[in-house]
Design a protein. Structure first.
Length: 315
């Protein structure tokens, strides 16, 4: 597979395809502000050479990278953090306080992933997961800021997808780096109505009420754009927030309707896929059902797993 070409988004921000699963599924952001440079998200260890190659292509010395920021510690966002930090001698890792210990000692992350997928699959998907020295970790509290160039990045607690999740407000671009808490919006689904967005309820901390509160906090900032890990930038933020809220509520209704069902996991997958197809058809999206299934197969599987855990906790 060939990664997508890095996308220049203005405001010194570039989206770099990490080639996880397929092109255009997950990305990291490179921010250049004056003499300072930062990465938002670290991807997996497999993608670190691509991130370093982008620095080299731009003539950016590795010593200039001030921060590696991970929105949360799910391995598609943070699995490569240790490997990337080892290559950036002056960078500090910035991670939510609830997640910092898992990157200082990733044994539990590795064990959890291995229990679900098995060791060979974890190695294939994420590569080596290295520890980050505690002295190189910053864990900002809600509302804290860090300087970058002539401005600041502000960190806000943003649960809903995960409790160890923050989002990063960048006043220079009037945008948030949202990780997974503004959902998934793959560019293949863009149509005459604009971007299409869906929730991501990956295990294990889907919390719909907290998620709605996070969306309220986002909108308080009146953002002009959202930088999604999956994938790239979206605008028309209030309309997309409303779309995402509706999707969260539909997922809750689907989960509750199937809570006591036999073969619940498979039925959740079918219902979530049908929900996506119905939404796309209602807006006149031209993608055929087979293509939709291929593009969303991994996400629907993970969403169903997360919904099942939420239902078990609620019972």
């Amino acid at each position: 597979m060939t990664p997508l070409t890095p996308i220049e988004l203005g405001h010194g921000i570039t989206c770099i395809d990490t080639l996880q699963g397929r092109p255009g599924m997950a990305g990291c952001y490179l921010i250049e502000r004056g003499a300072d440079v930062a990465f938002v998200e670290a991807g997996t260890s497999h993608c670190v050479p691509r991130l370093l190659a982008e620095l080299d292509a731009r003539g950016i010395a590795r010593e200039r990278v001030r921060y590696v920021i991970v929105t949360h510690v799910h391995l598609d966002h943070a699995g490569g953090a240790g490997t990337l930090m080892a290559a950036l001698p002056k960078a500090m890792l910035v991670v939510h306080p609830r997640g910092s210990r898992h990157l200082i000692d990733p044994a539990k992350l590795i064990a959890g992933a291995t229990a679900v997928y098995g060791a060979p699959a974890v190695a294939a998907m994420y590569g080596e997961i290295l520890a980050v020295p505690e002295a190189r970790v910053i864990a900002p509290a809600d509302g804290d800021s860090l300087p970058l160039g002539s401005g600041d990045l502000v960190f806000i607690d943003s649960p809903g997808h995960a409790r160890h999740h923050f989002s990063v407000w960048d006043a220079a671009s009037q945008g948030f780096f949202t990780g997974d808490t503004f959902g998934l919006s793959y560019r293949e689904f863009d149509d005459a109505c604009g971007p299409w967005i869906m929730p991501t309820t990956t295990p294990v901390q889907f919390e719909p009420e907290a998620w709605h509160a996070t969306l309220d906090r986002y909108l308080d900032y009146r953002p002009q754009r959202m930088f999604l890990t999956h994938y790239s930038v979206v605008e028309d933020v209030p309309a997309l927030a409303a779309q995402l809220r509706a999707g969260i509520d539909r997922y809750v209704a689907i989960g509750q309707s199937l809570a006591a069902s036999d073969n619940r996991h498979e039925r959740l997958k079918v219902a979530m896929f049908d929900d996506a197809v119905q939404e796309l058809r209602a807006r006149g999206n031209p993608l055929d059902e087979a293509t939709v299934r291929t593009l969303l197969e991994m996400d629907i599987e993970l969403n169903a797993q997360g919904m099942g855990i939420w239902l078990d906790k609620a019972s």
